[in-house]
Design a protein around this ligand. Structure first.
Ligand SMILES: C[S@@+](CC[C@H](N)C(=O)[O-])C[C@H]1O[C@@H](n2cnc3c(N)ncnc32)[C@H](O)[C@@H]1O
Length: 239
């Protein structure tokens, strides 16, 4: 089974509990600073997970809707409007969102380049002309440079062994995560993300009919450079 169908469940939620509502608030502060932001706006939280950004957007009066593939994550916060679906085939009409937001490296999951770029085509299709998008990706070169091959984390009686490697041929950053809890069988998951450079991302966006307006390196609004932690791409669909 594809890694992204297995990994985003209960163990992911536990391990990434620090990716929480406070962080989501800072992300949406950034969006409000950088986008034209008169609520209500129709906003898609693309690959929304447990819905922390959907929740924050709705708290601020935006008409936000989330979509995600993981039924386990969608079952968290069931009061939030979210739908199950695949980002390569969005179950929405053309031009129905004012903004599309994709947070925390939820891109580059598929093996084929064309499948990853298909997501951008879908963003372009469901965004209204003149609408804005944001993709919050990692700075792949920086991640590769600082890759810790082996790490063991002890948390709440649980041992998490993480192995990381860069597959230069496939240009993918891979992570194997082995979780051992006392009294439970151990679980092993894979995470594998295509290490797109800023240039490759921009090229994919142009191909999908999107315009890139700015590249940021953090949610503080620093410009993107080769040392940035993040590659935050902000752009729009031409009117
Ligand atoms: C790293 S998490 C980020 C979640 C959320 N954006 C956040 O910041 O908390 C990546 C998300 O992508 C979702 N995902 C993976 N493959 C997907 C697909 N093919 N279509 C839609 N969502 C997918 C996962 O289920 C997971 O919720």
């Amino acid at each position: 089974m594809a890694w992204y169908k297995e990994w985003f469940g209960e163990d992911y939620l536990d391990l990434y509990a620090h990716r929480d509502g406070d962080e989501a608030r800072r992300h949406i502060d950034f969006v409000e600073r950088h986008f034209d932001s008169e609520p209500p706006r129709a906003v898609l939280d693309l690959a929304c997970g447990a819905g922390r950004h959907t929740e924050e957007l709705r708290r601020r009066g935006f008409r936000a809707l989330g979509i995600d593939l993981s039924l386990t994550l969608l079952a968290v916060g069931t009061q939030l409007p979210r739908v199950g679906g695949d980002m390569r085939h969005l179950p929405f009409a053309d031009a129905c969102f004012d903004w599309i937001l994709n947070f925390f490296t939820a891109f580059g999951y598929f093996e084929e380049e064309r499948e990853n770029f298909r997501v951008l085509e879908e963003v372009s299709r469901v965004l209204r002309p003149g609408g804005s998008f944001l993709i919050d990706f990692f700075n792949a070169a920086k991640v590769v440079q600082g890759l810790k091959a082996q790490e063991t984390v002890e948390r709440g009686g649980r041992t998490v062994d993480i192995e990381r490697w860069f597959d230069a041929g496939a240009k993918r950053i891979n992570k194997r995560i082995r979780i051992q809890d006392p009294g439970r069988p151990s679980r092993t998951f894979l995470e594998s993300v295509r290490a797109y450079s800023a240039e490759e991302m921009e090229c994919g966006m142009r191909w999908a009919g999107l315009v890139v307006d700015n590249l940021y390196g953090s949610f503080s609004g620093d410009p993107y450079d080769h040392d940035s932690e993040r590659l935050i791409i902000v752009g729009h669909r031409p009117a």
